[in-house]
Design a protein around this ligand. Structure first.
Ligand SMILES: Nc1ncnc2c1ncn2[C@@H]1O[C@H](COP(=O)(O)OP(=O)(O)OP(=O)(O)O)[C@@H](O)[C@H]1O
Length: 280
């Protein structure tokens, strides 16, 4: 019989790691405070993101909605840390990540993954899905799991069959390719998945399909998602919370029900007028 009193004490987790490992649904995992990104100067100054504050909660789908040019993609790029903010902060699990560099930034890029509009550009037409997914091997923290198992889990989570791994891009539909891109992101076991206009290049039926993949992931795995769209109808379909952006400003935010059925800001009301059936 093992003498438990003599066994090694359990490894102590850093409090931040502990929160990461077991986030409670609804906990704030990412917090943006007075975040701004300005381009140009003087007369050509563009305030793409202008003093924006919000929180993203664990196991929720938060959607940023706004018309073209409202600053959605710039906000996504800031959160992805593809560029530094002009001012303001981004905290992940309470740690300021707005200006991190080097290894810390690489670790952050594992935690915060993204899928973009165009599921075609990332594919090399001569590579199978397996080869495409294997390319992220160097960035993965497999924790003893085999690469093959990690790939199969991810493919399964997005509702693709295992034989998809041996397919070439031309053998997949646009929707299937976008699922592969989501699987590639999931292989990193991200804390947050950003889907930036991830359905825009798909036709209506495939669009619904991808939205369902996202809502299923949230329901089945507790994944936290930041969904970015110009379409308030899609925002209503998938979101727990909605953030409405206009000219770089956050003009309204709240639980989906409140924003959709009791919009306070004129701009939100205007966006909703374009979706009469939904509003009715
Ligand atoms: N690198 C840049 N240099 C200068 N201006 C930029 C840059 N990136 C974005 N902008 C400007 O910032 C504003 C917001 O752009 P952004 O792409 O974030 O909006 P968006 O809501 O995502 O629009 P879309 O849906 O059309 O992509 C626009 O006026 C855009 O021209």
């Amino acid at each position: 019989m093992t003498d438990l009193s003599k066994s090694d004490p359990p490894e102590q987790l850093d409090p931040a790691d502990e929160r990461r490992a077991t986030p409670t649904p609804g906990d704030v995992i990412l917090k943006a405070t007075n975040l701004s990104k300005h381009f140009g100067r003087n007369k050509s100054l563009v305030k793409a993101v202008d003093d924006v504050s919000f929180e993203i909660r664990s196991s929720e789908i938060t959607t940023v909605v706004g018309e073209s040019g409202s600053g959605k993609s710039t906000l996504a790029r800031l959160i992805l840390r593809l560029m530094p903010p002009t001012s303001g902060t981004i905290e992940l699990h309470g740690t300021d990540v707005s200006r991190i560099k080097g290894r810390a930034l690489h670790a952050y890029w594992r935690d915060v993954q993204a899928v973009f509009q165009d599921p075609f550009s990332a594919f090399n037409q001569f590579f199978t899905v397996r080869r495409l997914l294997s390319r992220s091997k160097g960035m993965l923290d497999l924790k003893g799991e085999s690469l093959d198992d990690r790939m199969k889990t991810a493919i399964d989570q997005v509702g693709l069959k295992k034989d998809s791994l041996d397919k070439y891009p031309h053998q997949l539909s646009g929707g299937q390719r976008q699922r592969v891109m989501i699987a590639r992101a999931l292989m990193m076991r991200p804390v947050l998945l950003i889907a930036d206009e991830a359905t825009s290049m798909l036709d209506a039926s495939l669009r619904a399909n991808i939205l369902n993949v996202l809502t299923d992931l949230r329901a089945d795995t507790g994944l936290t998602i930041l969904f970015i769209t110009h379409d308030i109808g899609q925002a209503c379909y998938v979101s727990d919370r909605i953030l409405v952006m206009q000219h770089g400003k956050l003009v309204e935010s709240g639980p989906t029900e409140d924003v959709i059925f009791r919009p306070q800001h004129e701009y939100t009301q205007q966006l909703l007028e374009d979706v009469p059936r939904l509003h009715g």
